[in-house]
Design a protein around this ligand. Structure first.
Ligand code: G
Ligand code: G
Ligand code: MN
Ligand code: NA
Length: 249
């Protein structure tokens, strides 16, 4: 049980921080991006995992301000990471349904990237299928506006929610992130089918939860565009991330 009051002070008390997990391009053998993963170092209970406080943040609406804080932090870190990984480097940020439903979400995120001097194509927004269960038309419109500004959109946890396939035609997206459960199951035929489908729809694919050399080689040989997982790196603070030259696989 997370006390809402404690969470509501987390930003001002500087208890929030972001860790990063690299996204690696197996064909080119280069880092192409990273996903921002929020952490909370609570003074009362220590490090709280996102699965334990993001639902509370969503229920209370605190996720809106926390989410803007994450986006701003990602923009600040982008400048530093881009020096290491190059101009094409993208930072992905998880966006919850509650954030997307904010009427001024597009204006707010545009203001943040302007102030932080980051171009929208350097930022990818990860949404989940559950993001889209309610008010599909509003979500569609918001995503279209974000893409018109140059942000890219990734459908996260792909294959785990309801109506996965209809989402692909309903939502304007650029990428699929194959949920790590499919990688863990070693379900090669299913992954191959997802890759073929994504290719037909001209979507790039990132496979999540790559933990072993065998999983890495399988996805690489299948032509998967990007991979992410403990095999590349555990989520970690920006200054500890492996350098481009340290991460040849
Ligand atoms: O590292 P992991 O335990 O970080 O993340 C657990 C879950 O929390 C994932 O489903 C991830 O998408 C979600 N998550 C991590 N960071 C954020 C964030 O900044 N915003 C939102 N909305 N979800 C996040
Ligand atoms: O739901 P989302 O994909 O945004 O969140 C990613 C979650 O998966 C985070 O909790 C992150 O810490 C976790 N994660 C990242 N890589 C691996 C991995 O290789 N194995 C496992 N088991 N979890 C991972
Ligand atoms: Mn994600
Ligand atoms: Na995911």
């Amino acid at each position: 049980f997370i006390h809402e009051l404690a969470l509501s002070h987390a930003i001002e008390k500087e208890e929030l921080y972001v860790q990063y997990q690299l996204i690696y391009h197996p064909a080119k053998q280069v880092v192409i991006g990273a996903e921002a993963l929020l952490r909370w170092n609570c003074s009362a209970r220590g490090i709280v995992q996102p699965n334990n406080f993001i639902p509370v943040a969503e229920e209370t609406g605190l996720i809106v301000d926390i989410g803007y804080w994450v986006i701003r932090q990602a923009c600040k870190d982008w400048h530093l990471l881009q020096k290491e990984y190059g101009d094409e480097f993208k930072l992905s940020v998880n966006i919850s349904r509650v954030q997307l439903n904010e009427e001024d979400f597009v204006d707010q995120i545009m203001q943040i990237v302007r102030e932080e001097e980051v171009a929208p194509p350097s930022i990818e927004l990860e949404i989940t299928e559950s993001t889209t269960v309610h008010s599909m038309q509003d979500v569609q419109q918001t995503l279209h506006r974000l893409r018109a500004h140059g942000f890219t959109i990734a459908l996260d946890d792909f294959g785990t929610g309801y109506s996965s396939l209809s989402m692909l035609t309903l939502l304007p997206i650029d990428k699929l992130k194959i949920d790590r459960s499919f990688v863990a199951d070693g379900n090669a035929p299913l992954i191959a089918a997802m890759l073929a489908m994504a290719s037909a729809l001209q979507l790039q694919v990132i496979a999540e939860g790559i933990e072993t050399y065998e999983q890495y080689m399988m996805l690489k040989e299948m032509g998967c565009w990007g991979v992410q997982g403990y095999y590349i790196n555990r989520p970690m603070n920006r200054d500890l991330l492996p350098k481009q030259t340290e991460i040849g696989r």
